[in-house]
Design a protein around this ligand. Structure first.
Ligand code: PEP
Length: 255
């Protein structure tokens, strides 16, 4: 069966990087590029650090560039010092939130159960949850990639999700920030596997976007983004340079 062509989503994860001035410069530059190419056949999203979200939302307004959070809490409010509720992100104008990024799974011991609860909170707040999954190098070396992806995905995705509020990001942990990437064939195999699971679980599973993430840059974007069942990219380091991020968007759009 040939893959359905879904409108690509190019999402920038700025992580814990940049001053307010740098965030302003980055979104302003992207806004200008987007305005010069109104027919770009791709959706753009940036996920700034929490303190910069509101400023970036303001500067992105009307640009067609969506803004998202990098994480959210499972609860709507309460005594959770340092955390951010999904509803707060929505209230600030965010449309998306990343949950289950491997850096949070590793740095904060987040389990798939917790990630599912965060994704559920995101959906309840009207956000689109970007649920990240990916194998470590050790898991890959012992041939466990597909099993790891199946179990992370099954554990992390809320049962009531649908194509309008769920995006899956496949991010091999060993490829994040390393400059190393899987081969297009390896990416195709994992994405086909994820698509099969989504179709088995959800009525509209064929329409849920599956992003690839891990060392995507302008020079490798075309080869990774035109793999069947790759519906965009989650971009870390390269999303901090507007020229590079824009080139990735153009490659995804086939422009
Ligand atoms: C990420 O952390 O989501 C990511 C893909 O990072 P990078 O592009 O820097 O590998």
């Amino acid at each position: 069966m040939t893959a359905m062509r879904l409108r690509p989503l190019i999402a920038g994860n700025w992580k814990m990087n940049g001053s307010r001035a740098q965030a302003e410069a980055l979104i302003s530059d992207l806004r200008a590029r987007r305005a010069a190419q109104p027919d770009l056949a791709a959706d753009l999203l940036v996920c700034p650090p929490a303190p910069h979200v509101m400023r970036v939302v303001n500067l992105a307004e009307g640009s067609g560039i969506a803004v998202g959070g990098q994480d959210c809490h499972t609860k709507a409010s309460g005594a959770h010092t340092g955390d951010t509720a999904a509803a707060m992100l929505a209230d600030c104008g965010c449309r998306y939130v990343i949950v289950g990024h491997s850096e949070r799974r590793a740095d904060h011991g987040e389990t798939s159960e917790l990630v599912a609860a965060k994704a559920k909170a995101a959906l309840a707040a009207g956000l689109i949850a970007i649920v990240c999954v990916g194998e470590t190098e050790a898991e890959r070396d012992r041939g466990a990639t597909l099993d790891v992806i199946s179990s992370q995905l099954e554990g992390s995705v809320p049962a009531d999700a649908e194509a309008t509020n769920l995006v899956v990001a496949y991010e091999p942990v060993w490829a994040i920030g390393t400059g190393r990437t899987p081969t297009p064939e390896d990416v195709a195999a994992v994405h086909a596997h994820i698509r099969g699971l989504l179709q088995a679980w959800f009525k509209d599973g064929a329409e849920i976007r599956i992003l690839y993430g891990g060392s995507v840059k302008a020079s490798n974007a075309a080869s990774l983004l035109h793999v069947p069942e790759v519906n965009g990219a989650l971009v870390g380091g390269a999303s901090l340079k507007s020229e590079e991020f824009w080139a990735i968007a153009l490659a995804a759009a086939g422009s």
